[in-house]
Design a protein around this ligand. Structure first.
Ligand code: CTP
Ligand code: CA
Length: 226
C-alpha cells in the first residue's frame, strides 16, 4: 500500500490540526453553526501521519472516520476548540487551523429549551476568541497555517489575515467552485503570505492540497526538527 512506501519526512514533528465546524448553543437543543465537512482538516491529519508526524486532530462534529495513527480530540464550541488547540499546541512544531470557527456565540446560553415567542426574535451574540491570532501572538518557532474562504478581494483579505494573526501563510479558497470547499472532495486554493506574495495552485484533491501544504510548511520548520 501507498502508506508503507511513503517517505517519513515528518518523523518526530508534532502537528496539531483543527477541523470541522463549531457549534454555539443557544439552548440545550439549538445551536448556531456552519456547513464545514471537516474533510480538508482530516486530509491534512492523514497526510501528516502518513509522513511520520505525531498528529493531534481537534475536531468539531463531523461524519468522518479518524485517520489511522492520529490522536483525535472532539469538541463542539469555539471555546472548547480553543482550550484543546492551545493545550495540544504547547509543544507543537506546526499548527494548521482548518476549523470553521464560529465568529460569535450566544451572550447568554439558556439552560432550558426556549419556547416560541413573538413574530421576531433577537439573539445577542458575543465575539469568540481568535485562536489562530492567539497562537500567532506567542508564536515561538511554531509554523502556523490558516485557511480562509472569501467571496471577494481574496488575496488582499487573506494577506491581511496572515499579517494580523502572524500566520506563515493562509490557504485561500472561494465558496463558488463546484465540488470544492464546503463538503467537496477537491479544493482550489491560493497560498497567500503576509507580504501579499501568493501562488495559485491548480484544482487538486483535498489530499493533494494537504501534501503540498505539508511540503511548504516543512520547508519553514527549523532544520533541527527534521
Ligand atoms: N480562526 C480562528 N479563530 C477564530 C476565527 C478564525 O482560529 N475565532 C482561524 C480559522 O480557523 C482560519 C483563519 O483563522 O484558519 C481565518 O478564518 P476566517 O474566518 O477567514 O478569519 P476571521 O478573522 O474570522 O475573518 P472574517 O471576518 O472574514 O470571518
Ligand atoms: Ca470568521
Amino acid at each position: 500500500p501507498q502508506e508503507e512506501a511513503q517517505e517519513q519526512d515528518l518523523a518526530g514533528v508534532k502537528v496539531v490540526v483543527s477541523a470541522g465546524p463549531t457549534r454555539e448553543y443557544l439552548d440545550p437543543v439549538r445551536f448556531v453553526s456552519n456547513p464545514s465537512s471537516g474533510k480538508m482538516g482530516f486530509a491534512v491529519a492523514q497526510a501528516a501521519a502518513g509522513r511520520g508526524a505525531d498528529v493531534t486532530l481537534v475536531s468539531g462534529p463531523v461524519h468522518l472516520a479518524t485517520p489511522a495513527g492520529v490522536r483525535r480530540v472532539d469538541i463542539e464550541s469555539a471555546l472548547d476548540l480553543r482550550d484543546a488547540v492551545l493545550q495540544a499546541a504547547q509543544d507543537a512544531d506546526l499548527v494548521v487551523m482548518t476549523a470553521a470557527v464560529a465568529d460569535y456565540r450566544a451572550a447568554d446560553v439558556k439552560t432550558e429549551k426556549e419556547a416560541k415567542g413573538g413574530e421576531t426574535k433577537t439573539i445577542e451574540l458575543v465575539k469568540n476568541p481568535d485562536i489562530l491570532a492567539e497562537l500567532g501572538a506567542d508564536k515561538g518557532k511554531r509554523v502556523l497555517v490558516g485557511f480562509a474562504m472569501e467571496t471577494h478581494a481574496g488575496v488582499e483579505r487573506a494577506a491581511d489575515k496572515a499579517r494580523r494573526k502572524n500566520a506563515d501563510f493562509i490557504l485561500l479558497n472561494y465558496p463558488t467552485q463546484e465540488g470544492t470547499a464546503f463538503g467537496g472532495d477537491d479544493n482550489q486554493v491560493t497560498l497567500v503570505r503576509a507580504d501579499g506574495t501568493h501562488e495559485a495552485w491548480p484544482r487538486l484533491s483535498k489530499r493533494e492540497v494537504a501534501e503540498r501544504l505539508l511540503d511548504r510548511a516543512g520547508q519553514l520548520l527549523p532544520a533541527a526538527r527534521l
